[in-house]
Design a protein around this ligand. Sequence first.
Ligand code: GCO
Length: 483
Amino acid sequence: MNRRNLFTSALALGAVSLMPNMAEAKKAKKFVEGTFPEGFIWGAATAAYQVEGAWNEDGKGESIWDRFTLAPGKILNGDTGKVACDSYHKYLEDVALLKAMNLKSYRFSTAWTRIQPDGTGPANQKGLDYYSRLTDALLEAGIRPLPTLYHWDLPQELEDRGGWPVRDTAQRFADYADIMARALGDRIENWSLFNESKAFTQIGYWQGAWAPGRKDPLAFFKATHTVNLAHGMGFKAMKAVNPKLKIGSVFDVSPQIASTESEADKAAAVFMDKLSNLWFVQSVLTGAYPEGVLPFDKQNELLGFLPGDNTLMQADLDFIGINYYSRTRVWDAQKPSGVPGLLLPDTEWAFGDHEKTDFGWDIYPQGFYDILKRMQAVTGNRPIEITENGAAYNIGPDATGAIHDAKRIAYYKGHLDALSRAINDGVPVRGYHAWSLMDNFEWAAGYSQRFGLTYVDFANDQKRTIKDSGHWYGEVAKANRTF
Ligand code: GCO
């Protein structure tokens, strides 16, 4: 019996048996924008260098960001993460903020240099103790810890040995991942390996605007391969400690829009989708690089790809973390790249006539929907967590001390509504983390851009005050819907 026959014979059973089915089907169809499935996980995100401070306490080693921020002219206003939000000492206040906002997941990152000050060798117990205390405090508050192992703070010693362009760094990362799984795998189930592999390799090794500040396209491609190897090796190391651990990674993605309908611009957008959206996630999931980015006959040499690397770098990630901020416009330019045989299109990030955030980023919620659909196809329908999404608005306290950041609320509402549509249309997103729990160190922009749901008074002992957006988000988390 085929499906059509089954349906007609069900009809023949008459109205009585049919009615409940119809009622159910109707109920299933009645989607209300801004509502989320039961059990949806609401959270907020931060990263070690951006919030912890305590840059040289309790045996912590020097990271590339500790070094880079001290070089003159690299960071706006000469800001550094030496103190940041002082979360290393105020983590209990941070857990209380999460709790006050009814959040059930905290995405933070662990600083490699607290665990292995030089990037190799035995663990620094005091560093492990900090993350253990944080984990216990979260669990006690009913909040799921979701650590990221690498949010860009490579031990300076490893950079001195060549950094990510050097293959050995992948093994160093796997050792660090092994230490973390052993130390905290009893209490933490879900882990992310990397944050935004594209961003830190591209801006750190090719453009030079972030640590370690290199401007070398050849080093960039080598770095991408080491990072992909580190995904596979780190994943396997953690699963060997405990196969029940759920290991994912976080990818920054953006819809690549051809600037015109011309064939050349459309091809340029496809090219950028491969380089920008697929180069890490697809390569890790399948063990093979997207074709048509690097010249085929030079690819292995340019990446330092050795026989067997496809198996080494492959990882069947348990979930995919997605960071979305805006979309990208692409047009054909055939610009020399510094890599033999590689010509590049021109791109413009965060373009358009829409309203912009204070950072100048275009507000485009539909892009969130579009990229989620795209990533669902690429990642074979595996669970997705939104690990970052948010906006910088540099709104300070009024005379009463309240922070009325209605614009941020509007930003979140637009994006959450788009997300709810994507979920309703079948994209398997199980959680959302706002960037960020609190204002923090925004890389080359220093403290000039405030992304927080919580205001941090950097001049006054890092005092935290929940903004209007934080209160609103707390209500969203409680009701499982937007307002
Ligand atoms: C990134 C990071 C965060 C940023 C945030 C706002 O994307 O750069 O993951 O560390 O602070 O995205 O720019």
